[in-house]
Design a protein around this ligand. Structure first.
Ligand code: WQD
Length: 342
């Protein structure tokens, strides 16, 4: 089977995707600068798949590091590009860091692919490119809205860079995957989300509150135009999401005459509110989550969930996990890392 480069492969979605790639028979090489992840993730990956991926500690924004990697690992046929900074509010404080990190890394990969015979790149994009949808569920034909953060803008610009490169006739293909809200952890509890510092995203903050690490979860607003007043999202299990990347890679590499560029929304098609997610966690685990209603968070989208039929029918992928099972996996992972950090 082909050799795949996974940039950001010790990260949350990256590590889960590495496991699925290995279990599908692909050989995996990871490059990660460990700026937002931990090298011990390699042990967790190996404990699940039995295979320790090749690992290079390095920065994808440095083209010479990448060139050296391709020379040292001939035969890489595909890339999955996760390496990027991803904290929405941090991007507002540090826009240049986000534009440099997220865009230069992609430019380097695209420039080197033809030189080293790399055929396809799967790009990790986000539903954030849609902004506040005019209607839900949202499919791939929905308009791209003006970005509400430099982070979201780097995703939009990255998609345009890929599109223009392919339309210029470059000998490469790409599949762009627009994630909704990735949540949960591997059922083995060997890998999961490892937020550094105070978690910005809902699930890690929720599980840390359930574990007593945080005193109370604040629900950012219950005065939205939704049934229970809290925001609605499409929470997609990280393993379901990881599996979509393997299918996308196979589709690109096994169909030389296939489309050179495809875009898919990766969501469950089910909108859940923040309060409903808290209920799911408490029902699934039997653990109460102390929480209160607080003010709205600046920049939050009111409601967004996917219309995933293109991914279901064209890509041949469908989210399968039940949200309560996903919450149980998230809790099992939280208990595992809490034990480790004692
Ligand atoms: C979800 C909901 C909050 C924390 C962003 C990016 C997206 C992707 C995921 C990187 C919102 C509410 C949250 C809390 C809360 N980024 N919330 N209390 O903002 O939907 O998506 O992160 O991959 O591209 O846009 O995710 O988890 O931060 O928030 O009430 O302590 O939970 O208001 O409604 P978001 P989130």
């Amino acid at each position: 089977m082909a050799k795949i480069l996974v940039t950001g492969g010790t990260g949350y979605i990256g590590s889960h995707t590495v496991v699925e790639l290995q279990q599908a028979g692909y050989e995996v090489v990871i490059i990660d600068n460990l700026s937002n992840s931990n090298i011990n993730v390699l042990d967790g990956i190996e404990r699940i798949s039995g295979i320790r991926p090749d690992f290079i500690e390095g920065d994808v924004t440095d083209i010479e590091t990448l060139r050296k990697l391709f020379k040292a690992h001939p035969g890489i046929k595909g890339i999955i590009n996760f390496a990027a900074s991803k904290a929405v509010n941090e991007s507002v404080q540090k826009p240049l860091l986000y534009y440099r990190n997220n865009l230069v890394s992609l430019l380097n990969l695209l420039e080197l692919m033809p030189e080293f015979g790399v055929e396809g790149i799967v790009f990790s994009s986000s539903c954030t490119v849609y902004g506040e949808p005019d209607r839900n569920p949202i499919d791939e034909s929905a308009p791209i809205k003006v970005a509400t953060s430099p982070y979201g803008n780097t995703k939009q610009i990255s998609e345009e860079i890929i599109t223009d490169t392919i339309y210029s006739g470059a000998p490469i293909k790409s599949i762009i995957l627009r994630y909704f809200n990735p949540v949960g952890a591997h059922p083995s509890a060997e890998i999961g989300e490892l937020p550094l510092g105070v978690p910005q995203n809902l699930i890690p903050y929720l599980t840390q509150t359930a574990a007593g690490i945080r005193k109370e979860l604040t629900v950012f607003g219950n005065d939205y135009n939704t049934p229970d007043g809290s925001c609605i999202r499409d929470f997609i299990d990280v393993t379901d999401l990881a599996k979509a990347h393997v299918i996308a890679m196979r589709r690109m590499l096994d169909n030389p005459d296939g489309d050179k560029l495809e875009i898919f929304n990766l969501g469950t098609g089910r909108g859940l509110s923040v309060l409903e997610l808290i209920e799911s966690f408490e029902r699934a685990t039997g653990v109460k989550v102390p929480h209160k209603i607080g003010p709205r968070r600046e920049g939050d989208i009111e409601k967004i969930w996917a219309e995933p039929s293109k991914a279901n029918n064209v890509l041949g992928w469908k989210a399968e996990m039940d949200i309560d099972d996903t919450m149980r996996n998230a809790w099992r992972w939280q208990q595992k890392i809490a034990a480790k950090t004692k």
